[in-house]
Design a protein around this ligand. Structure first.
Ligand code: AMP
Length: 189
């Protein structure tokens, strides 16, 4: 299958891990907007200085900035055969922007995978991750805010993509291997 995929799911659901595994399996890049922002922050670029303010508070970086960054990334050669977007789109405005970018390139999405996860469990997972990775946005207050922002701004996307017949829901709560297996099985259906 051609693979133009989006990975949705609350923070802590394992999107990054599963996107990387799926990308490896399909031979296409996983594109994580969170990772790109973190690289900018680490390198103190102009974009990084702006993004950091939002990330530290658990808020979304403004759509215009995020959309421009994704547009550049999707135009790169390695993304021409397909991609898995991990953490983008996250707002309805980003959905529209992505539609426009793909239309300009004469392509469209094939599927949107939603990793379905229990809120209490993801908070626990993220606190564990914080202890290991020390991410700047993994404190409990910020984690709770990120979940709220997800519910308000990103959860509505599941309805939009559901109506387009693109949504593939996968239980994100098993072991890493189990979730990968379920995801591959669901995509093969
Ligand atoms: P993530 O690693 O995907 O959880 O993203 C970490 C943080 O980066 C988010 O909490 C946001 O502040 C920012 N971010 C990542 N992707 C987006 C996006 N699509 N739109 C706005 N902000 C984003």
């Amino acid at each position: 299958m051609s693979a133009h995929l989006v990975m949705l799911g609350p923070p802590g659901a394992g999107k990054g891990t599963q996107a990387a595994r799926l990308a490896n399996h399909l031979g296409i890049p996983a594109i994580s907007t969170g990772d790109i922002f973190r690289t900018h922050v680490a390198e103190h670029t102009g974009l990084g200085v702006i993004a950091r303010r939002y990330m530290e508070a658990g808020e979304y970086v403004p759509d215009q900035i995020t959309n421009a960054m994704v547009r550049d990334r999707l135009a790169r050669k390695d993304a021409l055969e397909g991609f898995i977007l991990d953490g983008y789109p996250r707002t309805l405005e980003q959905v529209e922007a992505l539609d426009g970018m793909l239309k300009d390139q004469d392509r469209g999405l094939d599927a949107v995978i939603e990793l379905v996860a229990n809120h209490d469990e993801v908070v626990e997972r993220m606190l564990k991750r914080a202890a290991v990775q020390g991410r700047m946005d993994d404190t409990e207050v910020v984690i709770r805010r990120r979940l709220e922002v997800y519910a308000e701004q990103t959860e509505p996307l599941t309805r939009v993509y559901g109506e387009r017949g693109l949504l593939v829901q996968v239980d994100g709560m098993g072991s890493v291997d189990e979730v990968t297996e379920h995801m591959l099985a669901a995509l093969a259906e």
